[in-house]
Write a protein that binds this ligand. Sequence first.
Ligand SMILES: N[C@@H](CCC(=O)N[C@@H](CSC=O)C(=O)NCC(=O)O)C(=O)O
Length: 278
Amino acid sequence: MSLEVVSNTKCFGGWHKQYRHDSSALSCSMRFAVFLPPQVSKGESVPVVYWLSGLTCTDENFMQKAGAQRVAAELGIALVAPDTSPRGDGVPDDPEGAYDFGHGAGFYVNATEAPWSQHYRMYDYVLQELPQLVETVFPVTQQRAISGHSMGGHGALTIALKNPGRYSSVTAFSPIANPVDCPWGQKALRQYLGSDQQAWREHDASVLIARGGSMPMLVDQGDSDNFLQEQLKPQTLANAAEKSNYPLTLRMQQGYDHSYYFIASFIEEHLRFHSENW
Ligand SMILES: N[C@@H](CCC(=O)N[C@@H](CSC=O)C(=O)NCC(=O)O)C(=O)O
């Protein structure tokens, strides 16, 4: 396993680092970011929160805009932020360069349809390859939590719901909560997974949560989010959770939009939530 250090920056007594590596899941070179809290420099092993970003993002949006490092340093949590899709000249992209499919829009699934299936395997990357690498290279414990925003909120919820026991807790900001029934989700799932909607349902948080479960889950959603009605549908998630008695806390936050200003306002509460549930 070869890791290239891209950057190394001191932050709140810990270190923000970017790395590049050859991903076998995605068959391309990938960059990811890690924040190691100060406890690591004192020889401690720490738990990890994996952060999945939304459409158009790289590993940088969350690390630069969410302001998560101060609380992660206080709580002794490592943060890991992967990119949102495979990338590179050899990786097919949306033919029209649309922002909601292809590069920057991997939707955290394993594509089954050509030409996407060779590289677009973000589900395996996030669930297996990246944690394996992180747990080999960095002083981290087996305690993992997962969180994300929008497309990344969809990724966090579905990966957690499909893998009970793998994460201690899951949180999301403005997740695409019912992708089988919104334009972003339908466009991506049809192309990555084909026309059989049963396959899409296996990556829909509202479908999965209806099957029950017990992993602590917190979702924050701004009520002034432009994407709320057409793309996000948190009420569908809440209704399904109620029917299956799933312990979901959904908080509608008055006046907040879809941006990282919203995430920055509540990321501390999400990290404390994870910290209470290791
Ligand atoms: N460019 C698009 C909207 C793209 C957008 O809003 N991306 C969000 C995530 S949306 C769902 O996954 C984001 O996080 N952007 C990066 C940022 O740093 O804000 C448009 O113009 O509509």
